[in-house]
Structures are given as structure tokens and as C-alpha cells.
Design a protein around this ligand. Structure first.
Ligand code: 5GP
Length: 183
């Protein structure tokens, strides 16, 4: 495979994550929040973000997979996610969300299918508020109209890895966000 190319270096990520944390701290001043991380890609972003938010906060995690996508990593590179739009819940939240300030933490907002599904699911819990934090956003790939409330970086239509994001489960532990070149 061709060499990875750094798209967002670790220093820039750290700076932007601090800014997002400051914004969340300000928006929810005097209140508590639940961070709901979307497994597994958001684990690193959630961990860095939550530690800088100066609020009473708890964590939960939710797991999803899409039917009909991720056939091979190579196809991902060529077409991005080839989702059928059907999202399957693989792990539900553990605690009640009713009346709480919920912040869904996602690695990347791409077609919008996953977060649209999760938003609907979590709204059924009747939270006090529901916000979306996404480290990355690929607006050019959107299939459903959805915007993140706290977005780190808008990026072009490239397949990226690192800082939690994988390619066939590899590279999640890279400190920088890198592009996997299309060959
Ligand atoms: P959506 O439902 O918005 O299309 O997809 C969101 C999910 O697609 C993300 O949570 C992530 O798992 C996956 N995804 C989308 N783009 C990329 C990418 O460039 N790299 C990686 N590793 N995953 C991606």
C-alpha cells in the first residue's frame, strides 16, 4: 500500500479539540452532560475532548454497523462507504438519557446515515438536549441533511485514518489524521 500522508497533524488536532471543549464548557455552563461515544472510532476523540471539558460529565458508548458496506478495505478507498442506509445497533447505551444533555461523539460525519439513525434513536429517550460532536466532516459526501454542532475539521473526500479511525482495524493509534492514497 502507498504511504500514508499526514492531513491533520497532532498539534492542530490538540488545538482544535481544546477549542471544541471550551465551547461545550461554555454552552453547558452550570449543567451536566453525557458523552455518548460511537464505537470504536470516536474513542480517542472522546477521551481527549472529555478531559478538557470543565463540567460534570459521564460517558456512555453506543455501537453501530451498517448493512452492506465495508465489503473490502480496497472498495472503501475507491468509493468511501457504500452504505445501503440501513444501520444496525450492535451496542445500546447503558444508562437512561431522559432529561439529560446528551452529546454524541463521532469520529467522522460522512454520508450522515449513521448519525441520522442515532439521532432518531436517542431522541426517543427524550433527552433534555441532543448535540453532535464530530472530529471530522466530509460535507461533499452527505446523503442526508445533517450538520454537526461541534465539528473539528471539514475535510475533502479522502479516506482518512488515525486518531481513532481505521483501515481494516489498523492505524487507529496513529496520532495524526492521515490520508490513505487511492492507488
Ligand atoms: P456515515 O454514516 O456518516 O456515512 O458514516 C460515518 C462512519 O463512516 C464513521 O463513523 C466512520 O466509521 C466511517 N467513515 C467515513 N469516512 C471515513 C474515512 O475517511 N475513514 C474511516 N476510517 N472511516 C470513515
Amino acid at each position: 500500500m502507498a504511504e500514508l500522508k499526514v492531513l491533520i497533524p497532532r498539534e492542530e488536532i490538540a488545538k482544535r479539540v481544546s477549542e471544541l471543549a471550551a465551547q461545550i464548557t461554555q454552552d453547558f455552563a452550570g449543567q451536566s452532560v453525557i458523552f455518548v461515544g460511537v464505537l470504536k472510532g470516536a474513542a480517542i476523540f472522546l477521551s481527549d475532548l472529555a478531559r478538557q471539558v470543565k463540567l460534570d460529565a459521564t460517558f456512555d458508548f453506543i455501537g453501530v454497523s451498517s448493512y452492506g458496506n465495508r465489503p473490502t478495505p480496497q472498495k472503501e478507498l475507491q468509493n468511501g462507504w457504500d452504505s445501503t442506509g440501513e444501520v444496525k445497533l450492535t451496542k445500546d447505551v447503558d444508562q437512561s438519557m431522559q432529561g439529560k444533555n446528551v452529546i454524541v461523539v463521532e469520529d467522522i460525519l460522512d454520508t450522515g446515515l449513521t448519525l441520522t439513525y442515532l439521532k432518531k434513536l436517542l431522541l426517543a429517550h427524550q433527552p433534555r438536549s441532543l448535540k453532535i460532536a464530530a472530529l471530522l466532516d466530509k460535507p461533499s459526501r452527505r446523503k442526508l441533511p445533517l450538520e454537526g454542532d461541534y465539528v473539528g475539521f471539514k475535510i475533502p473526500d479522502e479516506f482518512v485514518v488515525g486518531y481513532g479511525l481505521d483501515y481494516a482495524e489498523k492505524y487507529r493509534n496513529l496520532a495524526d489524521v492521515c490520508i490513505v492514497p487511492r492507488e
